[in-house]
Unconditional design. Structure first.
Length: 483
């Protein structure tokens, strides 16, 4: 307000030498309607009587308060504090504010609102509400509109306090889909530099099968993928690679003699090797115990019945190829295939990366790093499909609406990713195991306790926000968000 006043300053009698002065302070509310949105402000005025002569003068200006807040301040000046501070005080409305406010402010700070459309048209505000709602609440568009009494989402997006029409959301999705190419170009200009490499598809072994790779090549797309165990065995049989080329410290690069431009990067991870060894040993132990139980069994079986029982047990643990067994006169004997076991152990932790991208664009180390970066892509899909953004289930039945829904989810993930980068210090300071506390969902829940409440006092209403505690303020500071 520019000045601080207490009741002793507002009401009082002042004597200056021989002059007798009596003054009373009051608030005069004005409305400037020359602006597009009416702007309210207050003036502290006082009636002054000096030596019997009446007068009035301005002592200060109050700006930055809503109309209801100015009315409440005027009533306070007029009536003073009630005998009981809470007498007549009522919280009429309470809505979630903190999480919505934080996500929306980050969205604006990233310039995504301008990337969607430079003008603040109504459909743009609906799109912003759906993107923020996807991060904070998920669910269908109808479910999001049904939250209008419990969230400040729609009012913070300048869509009013009444229940929004879900049909307006659908219409906004149609406009958003039309803008998709321009939004993508805007984001590309912001984040990509000339000459940089864009990976459109880095696939795992289940996605980029032998049948799919030629299709990608015909489409002019390069690929990076890991080979399956069977595909590695085929390379060994063709003598394209050798077991001795796998090394923990150095990446071996081999060109396929039968496929022009195809390269293989041979790698070995010691941690994965130890994990695979322990897993195989555990499965072999279970298989051995099952075979021992069948051998000790006194149940009378024919050779065929016993063979069927052995086949069922030995295939159960997926290591049957490591065992040699036979049945004679209803007796079971077995032994380990040591030669094959040694071959399996030699491949523990070994993996092969295949690519048809030229070495001038990606050398062997960069190719392996790109494949390891697949974990980031997988995490993004996991976030969108099952964890936070919930791209599924899809409640739309038109193809274009489904595309628009996916676009909303992708833009929501764009916001979430940047928020995670800003919150890195929070997660780095977190504990481990049972002492681990923070997740992105936990951050949102912590911010959701910052509420916006409508407080009625006598005949006036004031809208107030919860004051963030130290922990909430730290989160807001990391996000670069002011309350």
């Amino acid at each position: 307000m520019g000045m601080r006043l207490d009741m002793g300053q507002i009401y009082g009698i002042l004597v200056i030498e021989e002059y007798y002065v009596r003054w009373v302070m009051f608030l005069e509310i004005h409305c400037d309607r020359r602006r597009k949105t009416p702007y309210y402000y207050g003036l502290f005025r006082e009636y002054v009587s000096k030596n019997g002569q009446p007068g009035r003068r301005t002592r200060g200006r109050v700006s930055g308060l809503a109309h209801q807040q100015l009315l409440a301040l005027r009533d306070f000046l007029k009536s003073g504090c009630p005998s009981s501070p809470l007498q007549g005080c009522q919280i009429k409305d309470s809505r979630e504010f903190g999480a919505v406010h934080a996500v929306l402010e980050v969205l604006k700070d990233l310039g995504l609102d301008k990337a969607i459309y430079s003008r603040r048209e109504t459909w743009v505000r609906h799109v912003l509400a759906m993107i923020v709602g996807r991060v904070v609440y998920q669910g269908s568009k109808l479910a999001l509109t049904n939250l209008w009494r419990d969230t400040t989402l729609w009012s913070r997006c300048a869509l009013g306090d009444e229940r929004p029409d879900v049909d307006d959301c659908y219409a906004a999705m149609d406009r958003l889909l039309q803008r998709q190419p321009k939004i993508q170009k805007t984001l590309a200009r912001k984040h990509l530099k000339n000459g940089c490499l864009v990976l459109y598809m880095v696939g795992d072994r289940g996605m980029l099968t032998s049948a799919r790779l030629p299709e990608l090549s015909k489409a002019g797309l390069g690929s990076i993928t890991a080979l399956t165990h069977g595909q590695i065995q085929q390379l060994l049989k063709r003598k394209v690679i050798e077991v001795g080329l796998f090394d923990e410290k150095h990446i071996a690069e081999v060109y396929d003699p039968d496929e022009a431009g195809v390269r293989y990067m041979l790698c070995r991870n010691p941690l994965t090797a130890e994990k695979e060894r322990k897993t195989r040993d555990a499965l072999m132990a279970k298989t051995t115990e099952a075979l021992k139980q069948l051998a000790r069994s006194r149940r009378k079986r024919t050779n065929e019945e016993l063979a069927a029982a052995v086949g069922k047990q030995i295939n159960r643990w997926k290591v049957s190829k490591l065992f040699r067994w036979e049945i004679r006169n209803q007796k079971l004997t077995w032994e380990l295939n040591e030669t094959l076991l040694e071959q399996e152990r030699a491949f523990d932790g070994c993996y092969v990366i295949r690519t048809d991208v030229c070495s001038e664009m990606l050398d062997k180390a960069q190719t392996v790093d790109c494949y390891k970066g697949l974990s980031v892509v997988e995490d993004a899909f996991r976030q969108m499909k099952t964890v936070l953004l919930e791209i599924r289930p899809t409640y739309h039945h038109r193809d274009d609406r489904i595309e628009a829904h996916v676009l909303v989810c992708m833009l929501a993930y764009y916001i979430q990713w940047h928020m995670l980068q800003r919150l890195a210090r929070l997660f780095d300071a977190d504990g481990e195991g049972k002492d681990r506390r923070w997740s992105f969902a936990g951050v949102l829940e912590r911010l959701k306790t910052i509420r916006q409440q409508t407080v009625a006092l006598h005949n006036s209403e004031v809208v107030l926000q919860t004051t963030p505690d130290d922990e909430q303020q730290w989160i807001l500071d990391l996000l670069g968000v002011a309350m």
